[in-house]
Design a protein around this ligand. Structure first.
Ligand SMILES: [Zn+2]
Length: 393
């Protein structure tokens, strides 16, 4: 009653004082909430940036940023992509989907001509990966894209390999190489690429398949080539891009007939419950790449990644072609994915754990990488049982 009397209409000054207090209090709460959220964001960003990482889906040819592409184009006297703006324009004007992407990609990689170009591209890429705290990388390269431009396998491969060896030493990153055949080219051309790699077999860990269109170029087309690569000791992987006609059918072929060790992309598997079970039970990992173009409001396919993860499929996050997407390199991509999907630190750690689980290394070597992640999680008070989704004892 006293308050009512105090705030009686006769006492306008007191009404004003209360109103002012409410406004000030509200402002204070909003500012506090904003600064808490800001701190939270900053803390999460730092957590993701500093996390030790493995990058398993990264194309050397797609890693060149617009500045590097235009510099190489000018050095090599090419009459296209002579400024970074030209490259950016081509990137933003490309058609949506894989075909639009490939039309830019196949043009941009032509700026790589000399052995030194390949060396520098590889070495500089490893410098950036080190800044992203990447401690292990499986790096793709596309031999046919270079040999069909008249650059011999020996010429470009020696450049890449020198960059790899020196980069490993300088930055302390472990690098393995995966040669990818182009699925749109002939079987004979794929066999020739495999034969050209003969002398470098001990320097190449995997044999993959990329490019497109994927529809009409199923994994079965290269059944015998994959079988031969397997006999020669390569691990096998292949691209199965998202939202592509027949991609689920292609993943089944790769699992049951080709027997790939890993699937690149493969997120369309989420549409087939039996396939999800098969991937989980056979422990086949998917190297997802939820890239973001300038026109995308957020990274793509986050729901598919969440569903696959919730169903126990080994799915991980990778940057694919960081020079050609706004999502860029792995740390930035992980920040975008975390923000858009509101994933917890334990979730983000599990997605990285999946990458380390997918390494083509001995159990002992894998364990040593996983222990690094485990130590990092502990130092950041992330509960490992929440990462692995196992019950504590
Ligand atoms: Zn790719």
């Amino acid at each position: 009653m006293k308050l009512v009397r105090f705030l009686s209409r006769k006492n306008k000054k007191n009404w004003f004082a209360v109103w002012l207090n409410v406004v000030v209090m509200f402002g204070f709460l909003v500012t506090a909430a904003q600064s808490y959220a800001g701190e939270n964001n900053a803390d999460m960003r730092a957590f993701l940036e500093q996390m030790p990482k493995a990058e398993l889906h990264l194309h050397l040819e797609g890693s060149l940023d617009p500045q590097t592409v235009s510099r190489l184009a000018n050095n090599n006297d090419l009459n296209f992509f002579n400024s970074a703006d030209d490259v950016k324009k081509s990137l933003s004007n490309r058609e949506p989907g894989l075909n639009g992407f490939l039309s830019h990609y196949n043009k941009a990689l032509q700026v790589l001509k000399t052995q030194d170009d390949f060396y520098n591209a590889t070495y500089e890429l490893l410098r950036i990966l080190d800044q992203n705290n990447i401690i292990y990388v499986d790096l793709f390269f596309d031999p046919q894209e270079h040999t069909r431009r008249g650059i011999s396998f020996d010429e470009f491969f020696n450049g890449i390999d020198k960059g790899r060896i020196e980069g490993e030493k300088a930055f302390g990153i472990k690098v393995n190489l995966i040669m990818c055949i182009n699925r749109n080219l002939s079987v004979q051309s794929a066999i020739e690429a495999l034969e050209q790699a003969e002398n470098y077999k001990d320097k190449i860990i995997g044999f993959g398949m990329d490019s497109g269109p994927e529809y009409g170029n199923p994994p079965l087309k290269f059944k015998d080539v994959f079988a031969r690569a397997r006999r020669e000791g390569y691990y096998l992987t292949g691209h199965h891009d998202v939202h592509v006609q027949d991609s689920v059918k292609h993943i089944w072929q790769s699992l049951d007939i080709i027997k790939l060790d890993r699937i690149d992309h493969g997120l369309d598997a989420v549409n087939d419950a039996e396939l999800v079970t098969a991937l989980r039970e056979r422990n086949i990992c998917l190297t997802g790449s939820p890239v973001k173009r300038t026109s995308d409001p957020e990274p793509q396919d986050i729901d598919a990644i969440r569903k696959l993860d919730d169903n126990g499929v080994c799915v991980s996050l990778h940057s694919d072609d960081p020079g050609q997407f706004e999502s860029g390199y792995l740390s930035n991509m992980m920040i975008l994915v975390q923000e858009a999907g509101e994933f917890s630190k334990a979730d983000m750690t599990r997605l990285m754990l999946n990458a380390f689980r997918a390494l083509w290394l001995s159990d002992e070597e894998k364990k040593s990488y996983i222990n690094k992640l485990k130590t990092y999680a502990a130092a950041n008070t992330v509960v490992w049982n929440e990462v692995t989704r196992t019950k504590s004892k």
